[in-house]
Design a protein around this ligand. Structure first.
Ligand SMILES: [Zn+2]
Ligand SMILES: [Zn+2]
Length: 593
């Protein structure tokens, strides 16, 4: 590895040496007698880390010549004149095979299942991948693009490659997706899902963007043009669905007819080469960006209706602070590590919206009723009800039935449309209406980019702005981080993770599969001492007539006197109580996604 090579040839700083000793120790095979100084140490560390290869394009602005090159070290000295050389693009990559080797190394307990006759079998390691652009700092003209991989059953996010480039540098599918697809093909590594936000999905799938007429990846609905903007009114719900067969047909038609697009499909995506990969079901829209950063944020903005300076009316403002106050009083399970910043709903991040909507319903519906002359309450109630159903266990949807669910969803869509007009119906709103289908593509947790997003938070902390080798730095830090924390909890059963650190345990309400709520009195090794909580059916909110019990929402009706001891395995979820009136169940998926 380059940075090790630099130290090896140019002398070693003491602090660096200390760091590598520590790293080496963490590999677990440390033996004092074998160590004969730093060169030996370096050799061993180098053996353990995958190779990072870089490739770059640098432009000489005095001559206009573009220098390209690749290798383990960027020739910093050659291009050091920053007034003359501009870095156009730099890739840093680890090969997929090396990444798989690292993954095996990090899972000593599981690794046997990936081997046959002593040889690692990539085809036994199904993976999902994502790509995203990450802001590279405000003052730089650069953008950072990251491809990350996760393996089935593991929470680790592995960064496979990074690309740093001028913002205006063109993105080519051949540079981005094709090498990855080819690596998967040559290793026979099965790709389960491709996740990402709307722009990257349409780019990789060779589709018209999310502002086009046929933007939907699930159906053939056509948007309509209102005020020079394509929107998707409620009438677009229920159009014929796309299938993989139709997709390949459209690709062929587009090619042979030479037209711009067929149902929004503009060409042959490299993803089509992956065996068994379904363009419709294996790359669904991302609930995190769509529901929380998209619809919720937009709907909230439309409701509070700030003026051009961003100020709200006094009435709205008092409503907002009421919501924040009530939300702050809800005792969230500790998995919601990010406590909401009160009153700052205009700047909520996706996870903050998520926890607000999931735990504090129906405060937000109550608030909606007082906004915009009393029309928004029903709309918010329907919306949050749907979110709870879609994010909950599968049985929610089954119990409710597809027809009923579609009916409720249509009601919400129409409520939104009549409140804000056709022109406000963004593509997100249409994509949300496919949750009924998307739920069959996998658990919410499996089709969300949430797990990757948290890794990006780490990325933003792991480089020094202004460095030309940012991408490489990120990869290096990731590798070191992964190696330092071997034996992470994916090797255990996720379900019991919460009980391990008992001093951290502060959650007082747990539930079982049938939404029986219990208040926790004390925690023992395998059991919990609990008190049963009585509940009642939640009375309907406004005139919506929704079956709240199906969404895990009940009315609090007092505690039982009797303390009972139950095994921990009996509990499958947690609960929150809101204003000592309403009990809400939280499903595991919702807690650990
Ligand atoms: Zn793991
Ligand atoms: Zn659609």
């Amino acid at each position: 590895m380059a940075f090790l090579q630099i130290y090896a040839t140019g002398g070693v700083k003491k602090t660096t040496a200390a760091k590598f000793w520590e790293l080496h120790r963490s590999f677990g095979t440390f033996d004092d007698r074998e160590m004969k100084g730093f060169p030996t140490l370096l050799k061993r560390v180098r053996k353990r880390l995958p190779n990072i290869n870089m490739s770059w394009r640098v432009k000489d602005i005095t001559t206009g010549h573009v220098h390209t090159g690749s290798g383990a070290i960027f020739p910093e000295r050659r291009f050091k004149d920053k007034n003359r050389f501009v870095l156009l693009e730099m890739w840093s990559r680890i090969t997929l095979k090396e990444l798989m080797k690292l993954h095996v190394q990090l899972h000593p307990g599981k690794s046997q299942q990936w081997f046959r006759d002593g040889v690692m079998q990539p085809e036994l390691m199904p993976l999902r991948f994502t790509c995203d652009g990450i802001p590279c700092g405000k003052s730089t003209p650069d953008s950072l693009h990251v491809t990350a991989v996760r393996f089935r059953g593991c929470k680790n996010v592995y960064i496979l490659e990074t690309r740093i480039a001028r913002r205006k540098e063109p993105k080519l599918l051949e540079d981005f997706l094709t090498p990855f697809v080819e690596a998967c093909l040559s290793l026979k590594a099965p790709v389960e899902k491709f996740l990402g936000d709307a722009p990257i999905r349409s780019f990789y799938k060779c589709m018209k963007g999310h502002a086009g007429y046929y933007s939907c990846e699930v159906c053939e609905a056509r948007g309509t043009c209102v005020n020079k903007k394509v929107c998707y009114p409620s009438s677009t719900m229920g159009e014929p669905l796309r299938t993989m067969a139709k997709w390949t047909e459209a690709v062929e038609e587009q090619e042979t007819m030479g037209v711009d697009n067929v149902y929004g499909i503009t060409g042959k995506s490299p993803l089509l080469r992956l065996p068994g990969f379904d363009m419709v079901s294996d790359s669904p829209s991302d609930p995190l960006h769509r529901d929380f950063l998209g619809i919720t944020k937009n709907m909230w903005r439309l409701c509070v209706n700030p003026n051009k300076q961003g100020n709200m009316s006094a009435r709205t403002q008092s409503m907002v602070s009421k919501v924040s106050k009530v939300y702050a009083s809800v005792r969230l399970p500790h998995e919601f590590s990010h406590r909401a910043r009160p009153v700052d709903m205009a700047n909520f991040k996706s996870h903050e919206w998520k926890s607000l909507l999931m735990t504090s319903f129906p405060i937000i519906a109550d608030a909606g009723q007082e906004l915009r002359g009393g029309h928004c309450g029903v709309m918010w109630t329907l919306f949050v009800f749907l979110l709870r159903i879609y994010n909950g266990p599968e049985q929610y949807m089954q119990e409710l039935g597809e027809a009923r669910l579609r009916d409720i969803h249509k009601k919400f869509y129409k409520a939104f449309e009549s409140e804000f007009g056709e022109g406000a119906c963004s593509f997100n709103l249409h994509a949300f209406s496919h949750m009924i289908e998307n739920r069959q593509f996998g658990r919410q947790h499996d089709i969300s980019t949430e797990s990757f997003e948290s890794a990006y938070g780490m990325i933003q902390l792991s480089y020094a702005p202004g460095t030309r080798c940012i991408g490489k730095q990120i990869l290096e830090r990731m590798l070191i981080r992964l190696l330092k924390y071997q034996g992470h909890y994916c090797e255990y059963r996720l379900k019991f993770e919460q009980f391990k650190q008992e001093n951290r345990y502060d959650d007082s309400i747990v539930t079982d599969d049938n939404w029986n709520f219990f208040k926790v009195k004390s925690v023992n090794k395998d059991t919990l001492k609990v008190v049963k909580i009585h509940k009642r059916k939640w009375v309907s909110l406004f005139d919506t007539d929704l079956p709240f019990d199906k969404a895990g929402v009940f009315q609090f009706n007092g505690y039982s006197d009797e303390e009972i001891i139950l095994p921990k395995t009996q509990f499958t979820g947690k609960g929150v109580m809101y204003e000592k009136r309403i009990l809400m169940g939280l499903y595991w998926d919702l807690l650990f996604s």
